[in-house]
Design a protein around this ligand. Structure first.
Ligand SMILES: Nc1ncnc2c1ncn2[C@@H]1O[C@H](COP(=O)(O)OP(=O)(O)OP(=O)(O)O)[C@@H](O)[C@H]1O
Length: 600
């Protein structure tokens, strides 16, 4: 329940006065409803359905007294007009309250979504390495929708309590004994039904588990759809999906069964109670027909509130796991937050590098509980306007070193210096703003080439776009496309070849004019001709920026100013390409000879 309190406090902070005004409107509405019901009685008296002794009920006596002072012909029109005014007033309030309710509620959900999303964007890279991406999608879609439903139900529960309290006051005025009897019956039934709440809680836990598995499975399947289709694994995945769907179905049916059982118990109990009331009122308390009528009306309005409270409570409890999940994710994001504002990643704040960068005695490991370091005792200087290549076998620590150099992860020991000054935490965003990173798997949107390029440089002219495309040997194939720059390239660029995708992403990286250009296996899919063109372009670019290249294909790094050879996280060789290739006993010349052999 602490979780509901957490979100209600947030709702209070978000909606403030609006929320309480809405609650007040609710109270006025129930008061109107109560008065409307009371007016029916004198109305029925006037029409002659009852012979009334209204003096028994204080409010009615007061109303009758007022009515009796009026001329005879005015009574009926006045009471009818009053009744109509109250009902219309109530309907009007109801309309405004419903609109207000939705606007508060939707506003709150929007703020919850944007807060969670911003929290995720501000979390550090290690946080993302430790999580499944599908869990974020699950929380941002399904779980926040359940929290939204839970909040709406909590507000409905609060409304039911307000309505119920006011109806109880009216009912107490009419008959203390019978009202107490209704309340006690309601409490007894709620006590008996408490096990339903426990069952609802476990169904809610299961709902969260199943939908998390669903999102994870579906995301993984579609990420690997090519493997699934190529290896004829469709049946296997279909069976898994069908099994999960039937578990989800059973879970929901189980919840509906629970809710229907509760509704049934409350309905059955209400009939039994009404029969008992009518009998005891007439036989034991000798209640007037008018009073009995009001009691029946009030009972029929009060009892559904009890049913409503029970039903809302069960539904709220099923949504509690979603509340927990959203809070947990927000807390974890908060603990892993790397900077305050998403705006700090903008280009205006990007860093300028005059002299170069330096790693001093840097150690890093992904898991502080394990003794092995991913990189260890790294000492390295990267001068401005130069090209550095990082090579090594798989798992040698190349990507980890790159992540340190671009400020994506921070060293456990040692420091990264920019122009001789240690990189401070508040400069990490600026360092990131100065980097263009191109990976082996190019990140393209399902949009046109132009939109994909303008993403990083919205004000770039067509001339600048074509220039970047020319540098990366893409202008020919782009101009051959039916819509040129405006050709839509499909999901993650699926309508282009691997090499074309890499060249577009490279063009985008260059368009940004970064201080540091990182090419992490970024040209692996290019043929020799295109690679040579890009090599020439990179050669020209290196007089303007730091270029760091990770490549398995060593021909890519022939023009590097320095080559760093990593093995098991340590630098084992460092120097110019030609110099290292001459060190015949070194790992670099071994790597070179393996590659020459494999190229035949
Ligand atoms: N997220 C992670 N969690 C735990 N260990 C990791 C993680 N990423 C990498 N490692 C480990 O750190 C070491 C260095 O990995 P890294 O990815 O930097 O190597 P690499 O040289 O880039 O390899 P490759 O060429 O195969 O991409 C490896 O032993 C690897 O298993």
């Amino acid at each position: 329940m602490a979780q509901i309190g957490f979100f209600l406090r947030r709702l209070h902070l978000f909606a403030g006065r609006k929320l309480y005004l809405n609650m007040l409107a609710m109270i006025v509405m129930s008061a109107f409803e109560g008065i409307g019901i009371y007016l029916i009685v004198p109305l029925l008296g006037l029409i002659g359905i009852f012979s009334l002794d209204l003096n028994q009920i204080a409010i009615l006596a007061w109303m009758t007294d007022g009515l009796n002072r009026l001329p005879e012909g005015w009574k009926l029109p006045l009471i009818l007009a009053l009744y109509a005014a109250i009902v219309v007033g109530q309907a009007f309030l109801q309309r405004s309250q419903s609109i207000q309710n939705v606007s508060i509620h939707q506003g709150f959900v929007r703020s919850l979504r944007t807060e969670s999303y911003r929290g995720l964007l501000q979390a550090n890279w290690l946080f993302f390495l430790s999580k499944r991406r599908s869990d974020f999608i699950h929380i941002l879609t399904s779980e926040i929708a359940r929290v939204s439903q839970g909040i709406q139900l909590t507000l409905r529960l609060a409304t039911s309590f307000v309505f119920m309290s006011i109806q109880i006051v009216f009912a107490l005025i009419v008959s203390v004994e019978l009202t107490v009897l209704v309340i006690v019956s309601g409490l007894v039934l709620a006590y008996v039904s408490r096990k339903f709440i426990r069952t609802a809680k476990s169904i809610g836990d299961r709902t969260s588990e199943l939908s998390q598995t669903y999102y994870a499975g579906v995301t993984e399947h579609f990420n690997g759809i090519k493997d699934i289709k190529s290896n004829r694994l469709e049946q296997l995945h279909y069976r898994w999906f069908r099994e999960l769907c039937s578990q989800m179905e059973n879970n929901l049916v189980q919840f509906t069964r629970l809710q229907s059982t509760t509704q049934f118990s409350y309905r059955a109990a209400s009939v039994v109670l009404i029969v008992l009331f009518v009998y005891t009122s007439i036989k034991l308390f000798r209640v007037e027909p008018s009073q009995l009528m009001i009691i029946v009306i009030i009972f029929s309005r009060l009892w559904p509130r009890f049913t409503d409270i029970q039903s809302s409570s069960e539904q709220i409890v099923t949504n509690l796991p979603a509340f927990k999940n959203v809070i947990a994710m927000q807390r974890e994001c908060e603990e892993s937050r790397e900077w305050q504002s998403t705006a700090s990643s903008s280009r205006e704040n990007s860093l300028r590098i005059e002299h170069g960068m330096e790693c001093r005695h840097i150690d890093f490991r992904y898991d502080s509980k394990q003794s092995a370091y991913a990189i260890h005792n790294i000492n390295l200087r990267i001068p401005a306007n130069s090209m550095t290549a990082i090579v090594g076998k798989s798992g040698a620590g190349k990507s980890t070193l790159i992540d340190i150099l671009i400020g994506l992860i921070q060293p456990e020991r040692g420091e990264l210096l920019i122009d001789g000054a240690p990189l401070r935490k508040d400069h990490i965003a600026a360092l990131r703003g100065a980097v263009s990173y191109v990976s082996q798997e190019p990140f393209l949107f399902h949009a046109s080439i132009r939109e994909n390029l303008l993403l990083v440089e919205p004000d770039a002219t067509d001339e600048e776009l074509w220039e970047a495309l020319e540098i990366t040997a893409s202008h020919e194939f782009v101009s051959r496309l039916p819509q040129g720059l405006d050709t839509v390239i499909g999901d993650r660029g699926a309508r282009l070849s691997g090499g074309e995708r890499q060249r577009i992403v490279l063009a985008r990286a260059i368009l940004r004019r970064p201080a540091i250009l990182v090419l992490d296996e970024a040209t692996s899919a290019l043929d020799n001709k295109n690679e040579a063109t890009i090599q020439a372009a990179i050669d020209k670019l290196k007089s303007r920026m730091i270029i760091i290249v990770v490549a398995h294909r060593l021909s890519t790094i022939r023009n590097a100013d320095q080559v760093i050879v990593l093995e098991q996280g340590e630098i084992i060789q460092q120097g110019g390409y030609t110099q290292l290739s001459r060190e015949t006993k070194g790992t670099f010349s071994q790597l070179l000879s393996y590659q020459m052999e494999s190229n035949g």
